[in-house]
Design a protein around this ligand. Structure first.
Ligand SMILES: Cc1cc2nc3c(=O)[nH]c(=O)nc-3n(C[C@H](O)[C@H](O)[C@H](O)COP(=O)(O)OP(=O)(O)OC[C@H]3O[C@@H](n4cnc5c(N)ncnc54)[C@H](O)[C@@H]3O)c2cc1C
Length: 458
């Protein structure tokens, strides 16, 4: 039996930082990882996809070069092996750097292998048994494979297996028109594939407002991504050429033939093989670990951080989980997960930066709202860059004058949305934002201008 002060399972976005902080506080810490260090974000999520989005952006810009007065002689060709090599180099540097760093930390012992609880204080990893008074679960999730008819008959791809692809699929069918699916759909279209997105709902990224969803659809369709909505009965069949997909949409052919299928229909937490029963940890119907406001599980001595607790699905929320847990345990803070304001990006090009409530959510909550809207065609920087698709929308509470949320779909939208974050955390009236002077020419400089044109929601 190896005894520690703390055991951390998983080296995603919360575990490594927590290990460092606990170890610096003098605790003996064990960190366990069964896969590649860094988890989803580093190995098959944020890092590789954004690296590939950058390659796709370069391809797009090269295709549009003449619009900027730049000559590209001959057709623009994408070298998929080169795209993958660039991505692999970045991922490798991150994952290897993280492992090296963790192994170098004083007071930290690194174990590789699958961890499983034996009881609330004890974990087995291979032939090792580790025990500690406190345990932290940061096991993340994996792609959900739906039980659609025929799915077991086809060689489908997921965001994980796609990382090994170094060729151009002739016709990629992306099942799932949400955050993960759309990033891949646009990038592969830009690389040169024919791409069809098949979505069960009546709109893309259905968590977003209908106007945002519609603008995203237009952006993708302008580039030739084919979109099939209302696909209620998705089924697959293997054919000599690839895969036939039944879509059964309201309009369009009932079947599609493609060469490859990417499943992007959500994720499941890695809690089914963790020994949660033995640990005394409760999970919800979908397997997410139930936690309180401080991320403590139903087992008094065990915390759950990151995607596996269902409180967030992003790298920054997982990292914030670490901050909450560490500050409460080590610095006597009283931080809660409900203090967090939702913020995230959809990294198609142009990106969507999202903050706080959507308009739909604000209306549903019965808020009296004022709305500021501005098309990106009115943003000088967007015009100068030749990237004028999208719009910004900011919501203000009519009574308190505080900012409720924002959707900035457009060039730099993922960055510009941050210029409202502090006003929201500081609970400032929107007039503070209006009076602040901003840099010209930027996307952010138009936020005060937009806020000067607030109108009541009808
Ligand atoms: C395609 C894609 C793109 C994304 N892009 C973004 C983005 O741009 N921005 C963003 O904020 N988020 C993005 N995300 C989400 C982001 O990757 C996750 O929210 C984040 O990685 C969650 O981190 P985590 O710490 O909860 O878990 P993970 O990163 O999943 O790490 C969990 C770790 O635990 C290990 N593990 C699991 N079970 C065990 C066990 N029993 N024993 C030992 N080890 C175990 C796993 O091997 C893994 O290394 C993306 C996700 C996907 C799929």
């Amino acid at each position: 039996m190896n005894r520690f002060d703390a055991i951390i399972i998983g080296t995603g976005q919360a575990g490594p930082a927590l290990a460092d902080r606990l170890a610096r506080a003098g605790m003996q810490v064990a960190v366990i990882e069964r896969g590649k260090f860094g988890g989803t974000c580093v190995n098959n999520g944020c890092t590789p996809t954004k690296t590939m989005v950058a390659s796709a952006y370069a391809a797009r810009l090269a295709q549009r070069a003449a619009e900027y007065g730049v000559q590209v002689t001959g057709p623009v060709k994408v070298d998929m092996a080169g795209v993958k090599a660039r991505k692999d180099a970045l991922v490798e540097r991150s994952t290897e750097g993280l492992e090296r760093w963790l192994r170098s930390l004083a007071n930290v012992a690194v174990y590789t292998g699958h961890a499983r609880f034996i009881d609330p204080h004890t974990v087995r990893v291979g032939t090792d048994t580790l025990a500690a008074p406190r345990l932290f679960v940061n096991v993340g999730g994996r792609p959900f494979v739906p039980s659609m008819p025929g799915v077991d008959q086809i060689p489908y791809l997921t965001n994980e297996s796609l990382m090994d692809v170094d060729f151009l699929p002739e016709h990629l069918i992306v099942v799932g028109g949400s955050y993960v699916g759309l990033e891949f759909a646009q990038m592969y279209r830009r690389f040169g594939s024919r791409v069809t997105v098949v979505e069960m709902a009546s709109g893309l990224v259905s968590r977003e407002d209908p106007d945002v969803s519609e603008a995203i659809r237009q952006i993708l369709e302008t580039e030739g991504v084919e979109i099939r909505l209302d696909a209620k009965c998705i089924a697959f069949e293997r054919t000599p050429e690839g895969v036939r997909t039944r879509v059964d949409c309201q309009d369009g052919a009932p079947e599609l033939s493609g060469t490859h299928v990417l499943l992007a229909v959500g994720r499941v937490p890695n809690t089914d093989d963790l020994g949660i029963k033995e640990a005394g940890i409760e999970v919800d119907a979908r397997g997410y670990i139930k936690v309180d406001e401080t991320l403590k599980t139903s087992a008094e001595n065990i915390y759950a951080l990151g995607d596996c607790n269902g409180q967030g699905a992003f790298t920054h929320t997982a990292y914030n989980d670490y901050e909450i847990v560490a500050d409460n345990l080590l610095s006597g803070a009283n931080r809660k997960v409900s203090d967090r304001i939702p913020i995230y990006g959809l990294f198609i090009d142009p990106p969507l930066g999202r903050l706080g409530l959507t308009e739909t959510e604000a209306r549903r909550a019965g808020r009296k709202i004022l709305i500021a809207r501005m098309p990106m065609t009115e943003v000088a920087r967007a015009r100068e860059k030749g990237e004028t698709q999208g719009f910004m929308k900011i919501l203000v509470d009519a009574d308190s004058k505080r900012i409720l949320g924002a959707s900035i779909l457009g060039v730099g939208g993922d960055e510009a949305v941050h210029s409202l974050v502090d006003a929201m955390y500081g609970e400032l009236p929107y007039t503070v934002v209006v009076h602040g002077v901003r840099i010209h020419p930027t996307v952010s400089e138009l936020i005060p201008t937009a806020l000067n044109e607030l109108v009541p929601a009808t």
